[in-house]
Design a protein around this ligand. Structure first.
Ligand SMILES: [Zn+2]
Length: 238
């Protein structure tokens, strides 16, 4: 059985993503960590509706804490989508080249990511062309990596999870209660090794829904160097 351990509630126009850690305790406890992730420690039998309600009641406080911690995080300068900027794709840096052309296209050539557009001065259009290109690449690449990583899980007798790609603000991926794998669109900017780490982590939830020691033992038995890959992913500025 897969238990939904990664949840999300909305508060106004904000989304609060959180992880539930169940144990033999009597009360609910909400923590906001310096990396802005939120965990809820809950009794084993606490209802999801009750947990959601409690998170909603504490939403203002959670957002305030996240805001406080965000000032300590390194920042990537906002992208302008102009020639000369660097953009990541599969863990490598490419220099953006925006060129005028009657037809729109995006191509990788050597160390350059070339965007051809009828309106090279229209940064929004360049951004859209680039985002669509990333999404198209993500669809192909993520399916390929999931197929490859799933080979180690076939013996569990589970079906290969269907895949969805979304824009997530603070997570690289999750496995829903119904067994769908959700991957962050921006993961296409990371190397294949880092993509495989996220996919494998989520696949391990087919067997262990939580982050118990058994989960990490299982993960290590399948991917020995997962901690190294995780740290590489965390150091990446996307
Ligand atoms: Zn997890």
């Amino acid at each position: 059985m897969i238990v939904e351990t990664h949840r999300c509630i909305t508060y106004g126009d904000k989304a609060i993503e959180f992880e539930i850690i169940r144990s033999s305790r009597k009360t609910l406890d909400i923590s906001v960590h310096p990396n802005r992730t939120v965990t809820v420690k809950a009794p084993i039998d606490a209802l999801l509706e009750e947990i959601d309600r409690r998170v909603k009641n504490h939403a203002r406080w959670i957002l305030k804490q996240q805001n406080y911690f965000s000032q300590f995080e390194p920042r990537t300068p906002p992208r302008q989508y102009v020639s000369g900027e660097t953009h990541l794709y599969l863990g490598r840096q490419y220099r953006l080249k925006v060129q005028q052309s009657a037809q729109s296209s995006v191509k990788l050539k050597g160390r350059f990511l070339t965007v051809e557009t009828p309106q090279p001065d229209n940064n929004d259009m360049t951004r859209e062309l680039l985002e669509n290109w990333y999404l198209e690449k993500a669809r192909l690449k993520f399916e390929e990596r999931l197929d490859i990583c799933f080979a180690a899980f076939k013996r569990l007798g589970c079906d290969r999870p269907p895949l969805q790609i979304r824009q997530l603000s603070k997570r690289w991926g999750s496995l829903t209660a119904s067994g769908t794998m959700i991957l962050n669109r921006d993961l296409i900017r990371a190397s294949s090794r880092c993509i495989d780490y996220v996919v494998t982590h989520e696949l391990c939830h087919l067997k262990h829904p939580d982050h118990s020691p058994d989960f990490y033992n299982f993960l290590s038995s399948i991917m020995l160097d997962w901690e190294y890959r995780k740290s590489k992913l965390e150091q990446m500025l996307i």
